[in-house]
Design a protein around this ligand. Structure first.
Ligand code: NAP
Length: 220
């Protein structure tokens, strides 16, 4: 049984990952802004990844515990249009970067003592929309934030290798969630099932990888 922490675990891909971890017998610290889901194997914890006091409380809650896997899943998408899309304003930039980039980094920092105790792993749920090689002229804020999230994962993989902590970045697929919409390719169940396999295979020899939920490597 592993100890796993998932951010943004109240809906979408995060909820389904939490459920699947719990169903296979792992103990899940299920984090969400309004308190995560409860149930067998699920330990609900309030965590807004942009809130310094929530993050410091989380470090306290992890005191003395060994965390096997941190999944940084919480994310937002603001504005899907082109450069003149009015929804992509300064506030949308600030919120998106606070959650998708700073939120990832600060969650990693808050969990680091517990990750070190287990020589655990970190999975950053990024997006292929952040791949520069697959760039498109839309959803600029989200694409830039996910490029940064992938970059954080790769840079963290370099520093944390000496602690025995492997770090990967993952694209969950185009998933039918509030973010992905009802016309997306795959269900949250299918995405989460693939992602759990990817997390299981992550180790120090594959650290720094950026992969699809189904395993293919994604260019940066
Ligand atoms: N769906 C796709 O097709 C797709 C594709 C590529 C990548 N992704 C990525 O996959 C991850 C999950 O996406 P999803 O489709 O499941 O999205 P979703 O259904 O919109 O869920 C987003 C989750 O993030 C949480 N969240 C947002 N801001 C937060 C904050 N400040 N602190 C803590 N939690 C916060 C939300 O909590 P609240 O309920 O409190 O808002 C919710 O649990 C995201 O990182 C997303 O960028 C999704």
């Amino acid at each position: 049984m592993a100890l796993v922490l998932v951010t943004g675990s109240n809906r979408g891909v995060g909820l389904e990952m939490a459920r699947q971890f719990a169903a296979r017998g792992d103990h899940v610290i299920a984090c969400a802004r309004a308190g995560g889901p409860a149930g067998e194997g699920l330990e609900p914890v309030r965590l807004d990844v942009t809130d310094a006091s929530d993050l410091s409380a989380l470090t306290g809650q992890l005191e003395g515990r060994a965390l096997d896997l941190l999944v940084c899943n919480a994310g937002v998408l603001k504005g899907r249009g082109g450069v003149e899309d009015p929804s992509m304003d300064e506030a949308a930039f600030a919120e998106t970067f606070a959650v998708n980039v700073t939120g990832v980094f600060m969650t990693v920092r808050a969990c680091l003592p517990a990750l070190r105790r287990a020589k655990g792993k970190i999975a950053v749920i990024s997006s292929q929309m952040g791949s520069t090689e697959r760039a498109k002229g839309s959803a600029y804020i989200y694409r830039a934030s996910k490029a940064a999230a992938t970059n954080l994962a790769v840079c963290l993989s370099k520093e944390l290798q000496e602690d025995g902590i492997a770090v990967g970045a993952y694209h969950p697929g185009w998933v039918r969630t509030d973010m992905g919409g009802s016309g997306a390719d795959i269900s949250a169940e299918e995405s989460a099932a693939g992602l759990l396999v990817r997390f299981d295979e992550l180790n120090l020899s594959t650290t720094g990888a950026f992969r699809f939920y189904s395993g293919e490597a994604i260019p940066f």
